[in-house]
Design a protein around this ligand. Sequence first.
Ligand code: CMC
Length: 422
Amino acid sequence: MPDTITITDDRTGKTITVPIEGGVFPAAAVRELDPSLFIYDPAYMQTAACKSAITYLDGDAGILRYRGYPIEQLAEKSTYLEVAYLLLNGELPNPAQLAKWNDDVIHHTFIHENMRKRFVDGFHYDAHPMGMLVSSMAALGTFYNDAKEIHDKDSRDKQILRLIAKMPTLAAMCYRFSVGLPFVYPNNSLSFPGNFLNMMWRIGDYEIDPRLERAMDVLFILHADHEQNCGTTAMRVVGSSQADPYSSAAAAASALYGPLHGGANEAVVRMLADIGHIDNVPAFIDEVKSGKGSRLMGFGHRVYKNFDPRATIIKKTAYDVFEVTGKNPLLDIALKLEETALNDPYFVDRKLYPNVDFYSGLIYQALGFPVAMFTVLFAIPRTVGWLSHWQELLGDKEQKISRPRQWYTGEAARDYVPMPQR
Ligand code: CMC
């Protein structure tokens, strides 16, 4: 069987045959048939907008790999910073490379005092931490004049390091502001997740439980990248205009903010609290199925149609955390919901399974994070994914500024109607 596809334009009888490589054929084939012919593909359901060597995802088989390494192995054996190095550089670091990378990141955790004193202090007292984070990420770029030098590798590497290192600091700062607590400066003797937990929770003495520190790191690993999702696509689209990485990452974080993307974990916990008791689960499921109520948040995925491997790891991590913190009372409702949905033809037929967000919110809540911080916790590690894709984009000779076409459905040309005749 030839690995080609043949397309015939029945209007003209013109035919073109092009190769299929890795399950993809170039849309340039259509351009060759007729340069004014376009493919209508809302939400890019069937469109590969780039080549990428970073993350492999097979939704039917429930496979997720970073640079070829299975997510299960990385979650068990690696650390977030090692995974960050892997995503950015394509290979696992050797001991010397890892030591240098850890040291570099941990020594870029501080932010300019004006960020806190003048910028963050200007927010309204009840500002949503994610809104604050998005704005702070864009504002951070204004402190670095070299941020615009995106064609200079040394400058790019420096901005990447700064963003990865300063995200936990920004995130904790937004939280502390929202609850009126004084800012805790980074402590460079702590690990990446340990430093974040310390900046979040330290009031007087604060002991970091190593099991919770590890759970935080695992959550960071699981959220580090997920190929061309909405946020990463935003990063690539904005980055394609050659904007600086802080502005592009702020755009990506804005995309993540939405409830259908990174905001889903927040929506899951609100949904579980609304359901209130396991006895109310069947009625809730009926309402979801009727289409009149909300969706079953934390279920379903554009790509995973079998299971989300991250959800399996997160469920185990949840139990590890509950051993330390005590069980989240919403867990029983979540388990009942999962069991009911997985045995209901509505969800089975549509291939709807728990996704990464179904259990992550319960862990965050058990760790003490308020619901409004959940998407912020997603944005911290996803920053390395965004930056890996940004770097790849800039080195890709086939990429240009993103500029899709449209299917115009408006009025045909008509003459202006003077006001008295309307
Ligand atoms: N609850 C109930 N029905 C659902 C759900 C759900 N969570 N998700 C999809 N469906 C139904 C949908 O109504 C449709 O039914 P029908 O064919 O009868 O019209 C069918 O399943 C296909 O849905 P779709 O909206 O075409 O699927 P999609 O690929 O566009 O949506 C999704 C993917 C993740 C946006 C969607 O499943 C959803 O809204 N889930 C809830 C929100 C959520 O958990 N989001 C987190 C995603 S994972 C984290 C991340 O990567 O950001």
